[in-house]
Ligand binder design. Structure first.
Ligand code: AMP
Length: 400
């Protein structure tokens, strides 16, 4: 029998590579315009780098790392994210003597043992951008604007929303976590099993649980913004002031805490705005303290990661949705937040006439599956013809 690729790992086929190259080129052009230089990092590091850098109690370190012992008996890990390795390189090569901030970017694969589903892989790709050594809130705003400029270069910014938050310094967060636990403890029985476990281990993570039963509790949780010290609050005010001055729209989302322990103060995420599609396409934040924690100088840092798979999929589906909408077809993107049966269930509830299904195989083949919801009949349609096809079906429906 022929051997197949590992679950959650995929080939990027020639029909897709053009799109990947465009996304990467837009990234390089945008980052370099802001003075960032490329650094290429190894795909594996010593396990302790991630344990110490990302945090022992995070989901990534506890459950998602590909860790192995090499023949020499060293514990090594395929990188689940880029910041820890980049900071290691910053320290190892003495970057701290360069003019600050030291601006670096890197593009490449990451590895996480997560449950594979649409838009989530075990080997996936990120573009990572980091500004090291500069504490000013102006850099936070610059980094965020650069991220949005990248999406603008790809023509995607209309469909994306920027969420920003401040999670304060370590002391602010300790005070907030105490308040949060006090609030959550009496509601523990209304939380999902995973959140009940998080309550003891990493209570902040309860805030970004996606399980519906947890939402009513999460919605009423105290806001971390009320626990900020004067210095953290002022930093966040300045970040917002700079964003406003640059005309960058954003939403302040106090529940945005991110999954890695090293973040302090500013955190941000970019999400698709399509109804029901809560998928993050990029996220980042400030990580003052990380460089020191990894044995380097007390230099601050800030950066973000863009998920390139999600970029590539958006690039394919959003133009179709837009063309269909322009042609008067009411269109909603689900975009991989749910498994297919759940997505179809949702489509049924919404009462839609046709569903367009595009998974990895369809994207690779340049076709989508067009499904008539009433009959369950399906056929394949090339992406280039999809909008026209939907419009034709729509006019039949209207005239019927
Ligand atoms: P994180 O490093 O978890 O903050 O993730 C940053 C971005 O990487 C996310 O917004 C996603 O777009 C992307 N990403 C994270 N995990 C995965 C995954 N397993 N598969 C595909 N993309 C991912």
């Amino acid at each position: 029998m022929a051997i197949k690729a590992v679950r959650g790992v995929r080939d990027i086929l020639p029909v897709e590579t053009g799109r990947w190259q465009r996304v990467e080129a837009a990234g390089r052009a945008t980052f370099e315009a802001y003075g960032y230089r490329e650094i290429r990092l190894p795909l594996f590091e010593r396990t302790e780098l991630f344990a110490r850098g990302i945090g022992d109690e995070t989901d990534i370190v506890k459950k998602e790392m590909y860790t192995f012992e090499d023949r020499g008996g060293d514990s090594l890990t395929l990188r689940p994210e880029a910041t820890a390795g980049l900071v290691r390189a910053y320290i190892e090569h003495g970057f701290q003597v360069e003019p600050k901030p030291v601006r670096l970017y890197t593009i490449g694969p990451m590895f996480r043992y997560e449950r594979p589903q649409a838009g989530r892989y075990r080997q996936f790709h990120q573009a990572n951008v980091e500004a090291l050594g500069e504490p000013s809130p102006a850099v936070d705003a610059e980094v965020v604007c650069m991220l949005m400029d990248f999406f603008r270069a790809l023509g995607l910014e209309d469909r994306l929303a920027l969420h920003v938050n401040s999670i304060g310094d370590a002391g602010d967060r300790a005070a907030y976590v105490a308040r949060l636990v006090e609030y959550l403890a009496p509601h523990a029985s209304s939380l999902c099993g995973e959140c009940q476990a998080r309550l003891g281990r990493n209570p902040l993570r309860v805030l970004d649980c996606k399980v519906p039963e947890c939402q009513p509790v999460i919605e009423k949780a105290p806001s971390i913004l009320d626990s900020l010290s004067a210095a953290s609050a002022q930093h966040f005010d300045h970040v917002r002031g700079y964003l406003d001055a640059m005309g960058q729209a954003y939403t302040v989302t106090p529940r945005l805490v991110r999954g890695l322990d090293y973040y302090v103060r500013t955190t941000f995420e970019v999400k698709t705005t399509q109804l029901g599609a809560q998928d993050a396409v990029a996220g980042g934040g400030r990580y003052d303290g990380l460089i020191e924690r990894l044995g380097g100088p007390a230099d601050p840092g800030i950066g973000f990661a863009i998920g390139l798979e999600r970029e590539a999929a958006l690039q394919r589906l959003m133009p179709v949705a837009r063309a269909a909408r322009r042609a008067g077809v009411i269109t909603e993107l689900g975009y991989g937040a749910r498994k297919l049966p759940r997505e179809l269930e949702r489509a049924n509830k919404l009462g839609v006439a046709y569903a367009v299904i595009a998974g990895d195989n369809e994207l690779a083949a340049g076709e989508a599956v067009l499904r008539e919801m009433k009959t369950g009949e399906q056929r394949r349609v090339p992406f280039a013809r999809l909008a026209d096809e939907l419009q034709a079906l729509r006019s039949q429906e209207v005239s019927a």
